[in-house]
Design a protein around this ligand. Structure first.
Ligand code: SF4
Ligand code: SF4
Length: 501
């Protein structure tokens, strides 16, 4: 069948610069470039280009420029080009249109409509270069009373387990199989160096990365891949994954061709078989069932580790979070629809769920009203782009944030959204071992650490400007936020006042 799909990108090769070194053929994992033996020139299969910019970055003579293809459909506010392209794709494949990364639709990004405060005259600002600033964050339930032993020498009542991180920035769940072993190693190394935590995702924990245990959160998802007693006990935190922001309400599917020997070993499944995560956890159909799993995991880890529950940000997230805390979870993770994914049905990624900002504000408010906010930490997740987003999330009620896409961008990701193909030209979401080798874990880890360090310095500057010297003092303090360009209902959900009031 002839394809009616037009190229999305155009590849311009400056003949006066091209030395015909053929590096672009080697670098492109989508087969865009070729050498025409007859004409002795370079050629392009433009329709294969995904705009990953690997070739233009590595072209030694800077001969390549990748542009959005100029071919345009007749303007139509209803039948936008994206709708036409998706229909054509489905007419050719008869399948679901898949996409990588998070929702890229122009829904309102509330972080851009929230402004931070700064001290003037009274409550003066603090200079972070000369005075200590505390970003250390404690994750887990906080006691509402202390039971001190009556008799000297007798042990006090044990506190609930907490985990401390040096910065309120954690590295989000990305499973081995969805990302390469090199990428996962880089993230764990970065977490160790930055004094924070990295989440394994649902694909198990490769044996060669077990040494990072104190900096690792393990996931227990519906597929239970790689879950055993050692997996749970060697980690700092155990996270039950109920939902994911990029694809709320549905499961996951790692195709058999991506289940290599190493992936199979880590997931405890036969090589080459499809790794299917069911949409629900088949033992959880109520809050009581969830409570049983939380306590089963606490029992399995000797009540020494916080147990987190991750849900997608959906319409009634506040009520669900309240149930999760009452079920005994120590941490609630909220994942908004801008959160990344290796693969999701595009229609779900772009139409299901709500922005993390609204979910976070309503969950924090609900837990406070119910008097149970101290019983769990909140981790917000889903498209954090810079240190200001992080600080605004903390003022809205988060204890910490998960950063996924930004960490991948730091490693080299260009957001081409082709993760589901396994052909990531940057070796990040690559299943082919040869492609995966392109990512040097040491260099990638250094880039992620630099990003965390840069954001931490900026957070200290902004905190100092507000006259605050400890991040914990900002948590849920919405008086430090003002909304701009927002409707009354939006200000009400966010619990912030309009700018100038
Ligand atoms: S990498 Fe650059 S110089 Fe080398 S063949 Fe490709 S376009 Fe030409
Ligand atoms: S991880 Fe790789 S495939 Fe996925 S968006 Fe980034 S560059 Fe593209």
């Amino acid at each position: 069948m002839k394809s009616y799909l037009l190229p999305q990108f155009t590849v311009e090769r400056d003949a006066s610069r091209c030395s015909v070194c053929r590096a672009c053929i080697k670098e492109c994992s989508f087969g865009v470039h070729y050498y025409d033996e007859k004409r002795r020139t370079m050629g392009t299969h433009e329709e294969r280009c995904v705009g990953c910019h690997r070739c233009s970055t590595f072209c030694p003579t800077r001969a390549l420029t990748i542009r959005t293809h100029p071919a345009k459909f007749r303007p139509n506010a209803n039948w936008r080009p994206e709708c036409i392209l998706d229909i054509r794709k489905q007419a050719e494949t008869g399948g679901i249109v898949l996409a990588g990364m998070g929702c890229d639709k122009p829904y309102r990004i509330y972080w851009d409509h929230l402004l931070l405060n700064a001290s003037q005259v009274t409550n003066p600002s603090i200079d972070p270069l000369r005075e200590p600033m505390e970003l250390r964050t404690h994750l887990g339930a906080r006691p509402d009373r202390l039971a001190v032993a009556d008799e000297p020498g007798a042990p006090d009542a044990p506190l609930t387990p907490q985990v401390s991180v040096e910065v309120p920035i954690l590295l989000a769940a990305m499973s081995f199989g969805a990302i390469s072993a090199q990428a996962q190693r880089a993230l764990m190394q970065a977490a160790q160096e930055a004094g924070t935590l990295c989440n394994t995702g649902e694909g198990g924990w490769p044996a060669e990365l077990r040494g990072f245990g104190r900096h690792v959160i393990v996931q227990c998802a519906s597929g239970r891949f790689g879950v055993d007693a050692d997996y749970l006990n060697e980690a700092a935190i155990v996270e039950i994954k109920i939902g994911q922001g990029a694809k709320p309400g549905i499961g996951g599917h790692l195709p058999g061709e991506k289940v290599t020997e190493a992936v199979a070993r880590t997931r405890m499944i036969p090589p080459g078989t499809d790794a299917l995560s069911p949409a629900p956890q088949h033992d959880i159909y109520s809050i009581e069932d969830l409570s049983m799993l939380i306590y089963a995991l606490k029992e399995a880890t000797n009540y020494e580790k916080p147990v987190a529950v991750k849900i997608a940000a959906v319409h009634n997230a506040a009520a669900i979070a309240s149930g999760i805390v009452r079920a005994g979870a120590d941490i609630v993770v909220l994942d908004g629809f801008r959160g990344g994914t290796g693969a999701a049905p595009k229609i779900i990624r772009d139409n299901v769920g709500i922005p993390i900002e609204l979910a976070l504000a309503s969950v924090d408010a609900r837990l406070r009203v119910e008097g149970i906010r101290h019983r769990a930490s909140i981790i917000a997740s889903g498209g954090f782009r810079n240190s200001a987003d992080v600080l605004k999330a903390i003022a809205l009620g988060a204890d910490a944030v998960y950063v996924g896409t930004a960490a991948l961008i730091a490693m080299g990701c260009t957001l081409c959204q082709q993760c589901y193909t396994g052909k990531c030209a940057w070796g990040i979401a690559a299943s082919d071992p040869k492609l995966a080798e392109r990512l040097d874990p040491n260099v990638a880890a250094r880039r992620v650490v630099n990003l965390i360090n840069g954001w931490s310095l900026e957070i200290k500057e902004m905190l100092g400007g507000m006259g605050i010297n400890a991040i914990e003092s900002l948590r849920g303090n919405r008086l430090h936020l003002r909304g701009i360009g927002l409707e009354d209902w939006e200000l009400e959900v966010l619990g912030v006042r309009g700018a100038g009031t």
